[in-house]
Design a protein around this ligand. Structure first.
Ligand SMILES: C[S@@+](CC[C@H](N)C(=O)[O-])C[C@H]1O[C@@H](n2cnc3c(N)ncnc32)[C@H](O)[C@@H]1O
Length: 247
């Protein structure tokens, strides 16, 4: 995935982040020790390092190709405090090495799996910045059941797609099915209504598919999804009311 606005092949000037990564950068606390998991080109840690925003950064990826690209970005832009690490999730990163962990640009199931294999991320000493590209509901459900709390959430539009960004710490939270699906902190987000509508449309597709099935399990699943759509329609009304666009 290209995150640069200009060509990443040669140093043509400043490293410019995409709107999605620029938003994430804005939530990284000043002076933190960062771990960026699934870094690919390492645009985020290299930008943060070269702008004096982090004291240290680990740029980690599962595969050698992306890690090679990460090193190349660091070399091109003169990153000085980035440690490049080939590892699966947080497997070779210790709790004492970082304060802030970014996991962005992967599916919600993959992000949940990475956190599940590193339970120290819920020890109360770490801030997680998570941006699932898909299945955000799997991630929110995992967080609610495993000792994490979403402190804030926002929606970013990048290349026509909406992405939820979550700041997560250790804590407790209880989410309804609709909040697991569409977030609990987006009532005042300008893109909140659009996000809910997109998710309703997705669910309507699922219901239409299940309705064609003769299997009673599929019909029961369709009923559950219809209940979820009803809750999402109510959440949409709540958003409209809160934002002065309702009746
Ligand atoms: C689409 S890129 C996202 C790059 C960047 N984080 C962003 O948001 O633009 C996903 C990267 O995650 C890496 N990845 C996938 N699963 C991983 C895992 N379990 N541990 C570390 N990296 C992983 C992939 O190799 C790939 O480079």
């Amino acid at each position: 995935m290209s995150n640069l606005i200009h060509s990443p092949r040669g140093r043509t000037g400043e490293l410019t982040l995409s709107p999605r990564l620029a938003f994430l950068a804005g939530w990284v606390p000043q002076g933190t020790r960062l771990a960026d998991i699934g870094t690919d080109h390492a645009y985020l840690p290299v930008w943060l390092d070269t702008h004096g925003r982090v004291s240290a950064a680990i740029a980690a990826d599962l595969r050698p190709g992306p890690l090679q690209r990460a090193r190349e970005t660091g070399r091109l832009y003169g990153a000085r405090h980035v440690d490049y690490r080939l590892c699966d999730g947080l497997a070779d990163i210790s709790a004492d090495e970082c304060d802030t962990i970014v996991i962005a640009g992967m599916g919600g199931e993959n992000i949940a799996g990475i956190l599940e294999r590193a339970p120290w991320t819920a020890d109360g000493r770490h801030t997680l910045l998570l941006e699932p590209h898909s299945r955000a509901e799997v991630l929110r459900g995992f967080l609610a059941e495993n000792g994490y709390a979403i402190q804030r959430e926002a929606l970013i539009r990048d290349r026509g797609f909406l992405y939820p960004v979550m700041e997560v710490t250790a804590g407790e939270m209880s989410l309804s099915p609709g909040q697991i699906y569409c977030g609990a902190k987006l009532l005042h987000d300008p893109l909140g209504e659009r996000y809910i509508i997109e998710r309703i449309i997705q669910l309507q597709g699922v219901v239409a598919g299940k309705n064609k099935s003769a299997d009673p399990k599929d019909r029961a699943h369709a009923d559950q999804q219809r209940d979820l759509i009803t809750e999402l329609l109510a959440m949409r009304e709540e958003w409209r009311h809160a934002n002065g666009t309702g009746n």
